[in-house]
Design a protein. Structure first.
Length: 531
């Protein structure tokens, strides 16, 4: 029962009990009395019947039906939209929307008062079919099983396209082609259109006895075409360059590659310098190196190890990390180290006690060291003014020995870390600073005879040709120019085979640094401290 029915029922009972209800208009004598009485009667009560004439006479949540009645909720009976809270009366009930589409209803079971699409219609305007339904009334279910259905008002219920390997207008035919290409799609049959290599038959399910060769029915064996091996001639030969083919997998048998190539297919050019390393037969490069070599950037053992007493980088050959112990130093860990220079000028002026002006040189150990005099010469640089007298062993270590001669290659690395073999320019600057007149090189590339004593007095003791020193230099194991001469390497080369040297001439004490000699000769070594 809706609100209107409820109020009309109450009104009818009240009329019977009070005999106060009738359909006639009030008499003129009673009109004023009715208006007077109605002023004190609550709205909507029995006494208020005929108290409104239009909806505007009622509150906003009511409408006028001779009395003011509450607006109906969605689903309540109605005859006009003004009777509903929503303002919409559809199919005799209050509805949440106008619900005026041809395929819409507000009286569907379980949804009374709410606008829903009828049957299998769908969409905001209920003007299409639900998925998989078709026809003008959307009553038919599509038959498409494994594809995109042609549904909707104008659809036919079959498939527009099939998924995967399904075929037929309803995409209900599975593929039956395990080793080939199936006929698929709306017009497909699911059968094979073509077979993969090595397969035959309607369904491509019969394996070819010999895929790349001829089958012998008597022996049951395959005779393979060139470039194929295997029991069914199914393996392509990859062996190259004249290697012996392995009939099992098509690669080359080990040890059958011709010279210059290697690898499982004899297709890798040998780049390893096998004189310096061990060949990797798979790649053609070196797996490891021997002797004084490292792999280098291309793993060919073609980079000589420069690091002597440390861990060599396998690419550059240079030292990586610290040297082997605290008594090797330098970029290649091949330099001896020195103690500190005494806190003295050590210029060897007259009366100076030069025994205090010494440094210690350690080579690989602190258990033994070499002690050498040093002097700060007039050029402002520290010089080791004794002849070095330790030498290189075969294992690149040093030993104490009376040997004081070095070839040029040895001379370049025998000075301790922080010191270097003097260049031709170092010698010239030191001479010039000692005495700019007597010790400057003249046009004949020699100093005056009086430079030698001045140099000796400054601490750079090179003796004189009359004092009995017998230094000289060695060549082919023979001591040459032994009588009074002094010959020490400089670090300045002359061409690719010679180098300049410092010498006091053996018979007149003049000094020169402009002559050069073969780098294979053996001479003395003095060192100057780095700046």
């Amino acid at each position: 029962m809706n609100n209107t029915t409820k109020y009309l029922s109450i009104l009818a009972l009240s009329c019977l009990a009070l005999s106060a209800c009738h359909n006639d208009e009030p008499k003129d004598g009673d009109k004023d009395k009715k208006e007077e009485n109605s002023q004190n009667v609550p709205q909507g009560s029995v006494a208020d019947y005929d108290s409104c004439h239009k909806d505007a006479d009622c509150d906003t949540d009511s409408y006028c039906d001779r009395v003011c009645l509450p607006l109906g909720s969605n689903g309540d009976e109605c005859s006009a939209g003004r009777m509903c809270e929503s303002g919409h009366c559809v199919d005799g009930v209050c509805c949440d929307t106008a619900c005026n589409g041809a395929n819409m209803s507000c009286t569907l079971e379980k949804h009374a008062g709410l606008c829903f699409c009828k049957g299998n219609f769908a969409g905001d305007k209920c003007d299409n079919c639900k998925a998989n339904y078709f026809g003008q009334d959307c009553s038919q279910k599509a038959a498409c099983l494994h594809g995109a259905p042609n549904d909707g008002l104008n659809g036919d219920g079959h498939c527009k396209a099939c998924f995967g390997s399904w075929s037929g207008i309803d995409c209900d035919i599975p593929s039956s082609c395990p080793h080939g290409t199936a006929s698929t799609g709306l017009n497909g049959t699911g059968k094979c259109r073509s077979c993969d290599d090595g397969w035959v038959g309607t369904n491509c399910d019969e394996e070819v006895p010999c895929k790349n060769g001829a089958f012998d029915p008597l022996s049951g064996l395959c005779s393979c075409n060139y470039g194929w091996v295997g029991t069914k001639c199914e393996i392509k030969v990859t062996c190259q360059n004249g290697g012996t083919v392995n009939e099992t997998d098509g690669t080359c048998l080990s040890g059958t590659c011709p010279g210059g190539v290697t690898g499982i297919n004899c297709d890798k050019t040998i780049t390893c310098n096998t004189a310096n390393g061990v060949l990797d037969e798979v790649s053609g490069t070196c797996s490891s190196c021997t002797g004084n070599w490292v792999l280098g950037p291309n793993s060919n053992c073609d980079v000589e190890k420069a690091c002597v007493h440390g861990t060599a980088d396998n690419i550059t050959g240079k030292c990586s990390g610290d040297c082997d112990n605290n008594y090797w130093a330098g970029e290649n860990c091949d330099k001896c180290i020195t103690g500190s220079i005494p806190n003295a000028s050590c210029t060897f002026t007259s009366g100076h006690n030069d025994s205090n002006c010494k440094i210690k040189i350690y080579c690989g150990t602190n258990s033994y060291y070499y002690s050498y005099k040093v002097a700060k010469m007039a050029d402002g640089k520290w010089w080791i003014v004794d002849n070095l007298n330790y030498y290189f062993n075969a294992d690149n270590t040093y030993s104490a020995n009376s040997k004081i001669y070095y070839n040029f290659s040895e001379a370049q690395k025998v000075c301790p870390v922080g010191w270097h073999l003097p260049t031709q320019a170092d010698y010239k600057a030191m001479l010039q600073a000692t005495d700019s007149t007597d010790c400057s090189l003249k046009s004949s590339f020699w100093t005056t005879k009086t430079c030698t004593p001045k140099l000796n007095n400054a601490g750079f003791n090179i003796g004189t040709y009359t004092d009995g020193n017998t230094y000289g230099y060695y060549s082919d194991n023979k001591l040459l120019n032994r009588g009074g001469g002094f010959f020490a390497w400089s670090d300045t080369t002359s061409g690719t085979t010679n180098a300049y040297y410092f010498n006091r001439y053996y018979n007149d004490d003049t000094i020169g640094v402009s002559l050069n000699m073969s780098q294979s000769y053996y001479m003395l070594v003095r060192c100057v401290k780095d700046n």
